[in-house]
Design a protein around this ligand. Sequence first.
Ligand code: GLU
Length: 471
Amino acid sequence: MTDVSTRPVRTRFAPSPTGYLHLGGARTALFSWAFARHFGGTFILRIEDTDLERSTPQAVQAILDGMKWLDLQPDEGPFYQMQRMDRYRAVIADMLAQGTAYYCYSTPAEVEAMRERARAIGAKPRYDGTWRPEPGKTLPPVPQGIKPVVRFRSPLEGATAWNDLVKGPISIDNAELDDLIIARPDGTPTYNFCVVVDDWDMGITHVIRGDDHVNNTPRQINILRALGAEIPHYGHVPMILGPDGEKLSKRHGAVSVMEYDRLGYLPQAMMNYLARLGWSHGNDELFTREEFIKWFDPAHLSRSAAQWDPKKLNWVNAHWLRELALDDLAARVTPRIRERGGDPSATTDLPAVLALLRDRSETLEDLAEGAMLFCGAYVPADDALRTEVLDTDALALLREFHTQASALQDWSEASLDALIKSILKDRGVKMPKLAIPLRVAVTGRKHTPSIGAVLNLLGRTTVLERLGSTI
Ligand code: GLU
């Protein structure tokens, strides 16, 4: 069990809205959300929209849609960094006043030259501290016409260490860290600085995020210390790899969460599958939201990168399709049948149709496709299929079936199966001899689910009509 600080748990998901909610982001959100839920804490959504060139309202909406679909509702937020600019500027002003930050008038060209000089002697390329105030140091005269940046006065000695919730103890020598720019010449705050002020103001106790942020963490911790803020716990989750071991990307298929909605995956299946990517609870593969919250403990987050496995996702989805109430399933499949030009009311019992199909379906799209047998236009078999399947013997069997089926009192799956069996017995033939011609005559296809069930669900009138026009 992870040791949680005495402060009430507050976690956040802080996406940059530059496209859509991708799988990696969704998984980070899921872990942050589950952590808050597990410890009875608060989950906050913060939109990091300061990159004006890449952030769009559509991208913000895509994130909100994705989180809503996964049912990861924040308790607070969304907060938007662009609406907090005044606060960042105020903190920068305080830091300048306190001497934990300073104006730096070095031009970008000068900083580049400093880096070059450092490289030339085999040192780490960095800002050389020209404008950094030190006791007893005289700073150069302020040049005219140059708008300064603001730099953080980073500690020069010692190390910045934290016990990562996922990766264990990490320590970075402060000598490795530059005096970070926290405000640009036009006064706008930079990325790491906004994150720090937000985590501080929002009282974040646990930061769970992708391990592409590990390098930012010591910088953020140092600024938080300079502000006198409590340092959150950090947990950096390894990235998701594609099936080929490369970083998961569009090359591997859909990477947007909402694309999985379109492809017919259930949100509870996505949640279940994403949760297992980099986290485990024994050998449990299938679990509900409630179980996940109960079981979620960052101690069981994996240190190694997880691999995306589309087959396993399909398996998880197929499981949750079978768990859903049939009426609920029907409501989800109905619009997908319409999209295919089908009429969901063409069958009187869509839930029964889905019950028949779902054992062999992995997605809502599979179900909708299968349901077209009952909801789509009837396309009689083409000549090639007729010639292949409906020979003289087959037609004779179909005539026999038509006659007896017309007289059938009870049009149920059981009595249709019984009728088929009795005809097979009388004629001394095996099942495919009758079942395949029946399928071709009644559905125009050679392959369908169990023929008795199909005949039952199509209904007496339709079956006799289609048979009548075939024989
Ligand atoms: N906005 C950052 C991102 O989308 C996350 C920042 C953080 O979690 O600290 O990668």
